[in-house]
Design a protein around this ligand. Structure first.
Ligand code: KG4
Ligand code: ZN
Length: 348
């Protein structure tokens, strides 16, 4: 019987910790979204690494205390070791390895994308569970891809973005409209007040074979639309209409591409959306319709588990530990680490 797992997430600008019981129950969780980057309109890697270093020790101690778990009771320590910003990855994985050595338990190096991918399998999260295989739409600030998930460590990328990620497009549009950063939540909020038909933005790759994505042309179209408006501060309604029109274009694009991906994976009975952009209610609603039309179930993690967190890292570690997998202590952090990399496969 496994003991509780402590996990650390530090691949971007969220410092997060969690302790999960061996059965997947969440005993304690904490997420600190670093505010330090706001003034810069995007994540500054060096500042992120320093902030992880500053916050991690206290957060780990408090999470363990809240969980009522002493380091001696741990069964493993896990950390996101890629893909992501190398400074933060070094901080988090170094800390986790140190704790694993000190407590004499295994270290588990987790691929951050796998953590997003397996989140819906957390017990009790999704009605009816999320048995393999399923189609995963992973949409975050750095990633946008359709993945066939057939088991832990078994991923096949069906298609992905050829330029920007969906979250990146939200962030860039928000920046252009002066909505601050991160942009996704702000664009979604304003879009609710806007008219999605006011601006006819392009739906890149719509109807095209396969399930690749492209968002840079859409972003440029928003730039052009803004450039044609009178100079000076934009009226709130105009900004809202731009947000609504942009979001509708993203939704149509995702719906079309995911529809194609479902056709490429006829064995799928479930569509899962995960990653920061999965928090967007309008996008969820559209994807739910796509799933219904294709006759498959639809699942999305609760909002707090869509963005970066350590619960998902701990859960991925539990899934791997159950299959007898643990990582060597010299497992190096990897800024690039695709889901279908050779070393993702669990070999006996
Ligand atoms: O998964 P995540 O927390 O970090 C990465 O691994 O990238 O995703 C962050 C991204 C950001 O681009 C943010 O703007 C976007 O997710 N995001 C949203 C929403 N909430 C966060 N995009 C659209 N609508 C939202 N409600
Ligand atoms: Zn993420």
């Amino acid at each position: 019987m496994l003991r509780p797992v402590l996990a650390i997430e530090s691949s971007c600008d969220e410092t997060a910790t969690a302790v999960l019981a061996a059965d997947g129950r969440i005993l304690a969780e904490a997420v600190l979204s670093q505010r330090e980057h706001m003034a810069f309109g995007g994540v500054v890697p060096e500042i992120a690494a320093r902030a992880h270093l500053e916050h991690l020790p206290g957060m780990v101690a408090r999470t363990l205390e809240t969980a009522g778990v002493s380091p001696r009771d741990l069964g493993a320590v896990a950390a996101s070791t890629g893909p992501g910003l190398i400074g933060g990855l070094i901080v988090g994985s170094g800390f986790a390895k140190g704790m694993a050595i000190a407590t004499g338990v295994p270290f588990v190096a987790i691929n951050h994308l796998e953590a997003h991918a397996l989140t819906p399998r957390l017990p009790g999260l999704v009605e009816g569970g999320a048995p393999f295989p399923y189609l995963l739409l992973l949409v975050s600030g750095g990633h946008c891809q359709c993945v066939e998930v057939s088991g832990v460590g078994q991923y096949r990328r069906l298609g992905g973005t050829i330029d920007d990620a969906a979250g990146e497009a939200f962030d860039k549009v928000a920046k252009l409209l002066g909505l601050g950063w991160p942009g996704g939540p702000a664009v979604e909020r304003l879009a609710r007040e806007g008219d999605a038909r006011r601006y006819a933005f392009p739906r890149p790759l719509l109807g095209r074979k396969g399930c690749d994505f492209s968002f840079s042309g859409l972003k440029t179209a928003v730039v052009h639309a803004v450039a044609t408006l009178p100079a000076g501060a934009l009226p709130r309604q105009v900004v809202a209409d731009l947000c609504a029109s942009f979001q509708a274009a993203v939704a149509d694009t995702l719906a079309d591409r995911v529809g194609h991906a479902l056709a490429m994976m006829p064995q799928a009975k479930l569509l899962v959306v995960s990653g920061g952009v999965a928090a967007n209610q309008a996008l969820r609603a559209v994807l739910e319709q796509v799933a219904a039309k294709a006759g498959v179930r639809f699942a999305a993690p609760p909002l707090r588990l869509c963005g970066d967190n350590a619960v998902m890292v701990a859960w991925a570690a539990l899934e791997r530990l159950r299959l007898g997998y643990a990582s060597p202590l010299d497992a190096a952090p990897k800024p690039r680490w695709p889901l279908d990399a050779e070393d993702m496969v669990i070999r006996p």
